[in-house]
Design a protein around this ligand. Structure first.
Ligand code: SF4
Length: 557
């Protein structure tokens, strides 16, 4: 039989068409992909028993409790801890995927000086020289932890200054510090006992404070009820997720919060809906209505609604003094269900956002958010575990990352009760990585190292014999036999929780309605615009692609 060229072409075309409709090529593709994953040169996860360690997330000051699943010394998964008294088993998407950050491609591993490769020795020489030539500023993002004490001691010895970058929750408490003299770091919200929350744009259900704290209360006392025990009134220009889920929502003009707070205060005083008799805001109700975008009747209705179910507290999304003054009129300062003093030891600190004049060098700890840019011409030494790519720094210094260093976790900014925990180093830090505390300890060997500061703090807790240790079971500190036992428990995931303070200790006096300008801090740290420096792949899925948390562009769309 003669096979022509035409026959070959027809056969080839038929075979090609037929292959598409048979499972052969797809099976082949599947097998190839399976086989190529099993070559011996391809890295395989080690098959070892899974070890579960108790620890805490250190990626923001909230310090949520974590159970870390470890295999052969590496974390392979994290989950929340239900026994944590504040986070109650919840983690944000970043915390859920934090173990992946260890292998993130943007992980910093070498010292960089103005974009070029450098060394720790050169960085030390440059910083030590700067210390002899003028004042240095140390900037901290988590004030109150053990390294903070070291930073403060260094700044004091060098006649420099210690500054703090605060998150929006901490900034919202600063007006009360001005009026009461009690540091904002010593204050918190008694959310357990509040029955009405008036949120002026605070993203309570989107990611505010410790994630599990408010969401648990919300689930227990509000979800699914037309008249919930915990009322959330959200005042916000856009329909955020918090606004969409709130019991009541008031849509106002962007930037109308100050005027609306003044209008509500005027109605409360004129109609004698509160015990306070002043100070009266200078804005008339008509002006308040015009600036906020609500009608005068709507403002009156809102004021009556707010006081309908006490205790009530207003929560601001920033340091707006009018919203703080509204709380003073509502009697929400120093009372159950309001703003309370949780600590007698917290200190106030200078903010890092102001101009840093006449400074020779600025050292920024890795706890400071990646988008913070110091306002200075001084030489900047910036510690970071990942290269977020956006901050100004002369020296970029690789710091330990997630679970790679021993640190302690002081009370979360919004909590109404003091807590203390220790996050042990569970993972060996890569070579060439150093924390700011270690760096300063090399410049000044007389500084007390972090582990000794932590031990001293454990001794103080043990000697005070107050509070309880929360783990699977709750144990009063008075029943713990030794400081070593207390520290051992803390290092494996237990949390010390203090006694609730008597709320009446906090008093704010206001002789006139506040006109003070707001802080100079640009809204860089607002939760609505907050960006993690880098995201692990799982968090990208949970956080960005799924749009679980909306960005400002989306919000304003
Ligand atoms: S809120 Fe998220 S990032 Fe912050 S400590 Fe908790 S889990 Fe970590």
């Amino acid at each position: 039989m003669k096979i022509t060229r035409r026959d070959l072409l027809v056969w080839g075309a038929g075979a090609t068409a037929g292959l598409v409709f048979t499972p052969v090529p797809w099976k082949l593709l599947s097998d190839v992909s399976i086989w190529t994953q099993n070559w011996r040169w391809i890295p395989q996860p080690t098959h070892r028993p899974v070890d579960v360690k108790g620890s805490f997330c250190t990626l923001c000051p909230n310090g949520c409790g974590m159970r870390v699943r470890m295999v052969a010394g590496w974390p392979v998964g994290v989950a929340g801890v239900r026994s944590h008294p504040i986070s109650r088993g919840a983690l944000c998407p970043l915390g859920f995927a934090a173990h992946q950050l260890i292998w993130h491609p943007q992980r910093l591993r070498t010292v960089r000086h103005r974009g070029s490769a450098s060394s720790w020795d050169e960085a030390h020489v440059a910083f030590a020289k700067a210390c002899t030539e003028g004042p240095v500023v140390i900037v901290d993002g988590y004030p109150g932890h053990a390294a903070s004490s070291l930073f403060e001691a260094f700044a004091e010895k060098q006649r420099g200054s210690y500054r703090v970058v605060s998150g929006p929750e901490a900034q919202a408490l600063t007006p009360y510090e001005t009026w009461s003299g009690v540091p904002a770091a010593a204050l918190g919200y008694d959310l357990e006992n509040v029955r009405t929350i008036v949120s002026f744009g605070a993203p309570l259900l989107d990611g505010w404070g410790t994630p599990g704290q408010f969401t648990r209360l919300w689930a227990e006392r509000a979800v699914g009820s037309a008249d919930p025990d915990l009322r959330l009134i959200q005042i916000e220009p856009s329909l955020s997720r918090t606004a969409a889920r709130a019991w009541q929502r008031s849509a106002i003009h962007p930037g109308g919060e100050t005027a609306l707070a003044a209008g509500i205060a005027r109605v409360l005083l004129e109609e004698q809906l509160v015990q306070a008799r002043g100070p009266m805001p200078p804005l008339t109700l008509a002006q308040s209505a015009e600036q906020s975008g609500l009608s005068t009747d709507a403002i009156r209705d809102l004021a009556r609604l707010i006081v309908g179910r006490p205790p009530v507290v207003a929560i601001a999304s920033d340091d707006n003094p009018s919203i703080a003054a509204l709380n003073v009129l509502l009697g929400a300062v120093g009372t159950r269900g309001g703003i309370v003093q949780k600590s007698k030891h917290a200190k106030s600190h200078l903010p890092a956002e102001s101009e840093l004049d006449s400074v020779r060098a600025v050292l920024i700890d890795s706890s400071v958010p990646g988008d913070f840019v110091p306002r200075t011409d001084a030489e900047v030494f910036r510690f970071a575990a990942w290269d977020g790519g956006s901050s100004k720094a002369d020296w970029l210094l690789p710091a330990p990352g997630f679970l790679e260093e021993l640190t302690d976790i002081p009370t979360a900014p919004t909590s109404a009760i003091e807590t203390y925990a220790i996050a042990s180093s569970l993972v060996k830090a890569p070579p060439g990585v150093q924390s700011a505390a270690q760096f300063l300890g090399r410049v000044d060997p007389d500084l007390t190292p972090v582990d000794k500061i932590i031990h001293t703090r454990c001794e103080a807790l043990f000697r005070a014999r107050a509070g309880t240790l929360c783990a699977q079971e709750t144990t009063p500190v008075a029943m713990i036999p030794s400081v070593e036992k207390l520290e051992e428990q803390l290092r494996i995931g237990a949390v010390w929780m203090g006694e609730p303070q008597h709320p009446g200790g906090l008093r704010c006096k206001l002789s006139e309605w506040p006109q003070a300008p707001r802080s100079e801090c640009p809204p860089c740290n607002s939760l609505g615009t907050w960006q993690a420096p880098v995201l692990p792949p799982l968090a990208s899925k949970l956080y960005q692609e799924s749009s679980l948390r909306e960005g400002p562009e989306r919000r304003n769309a």
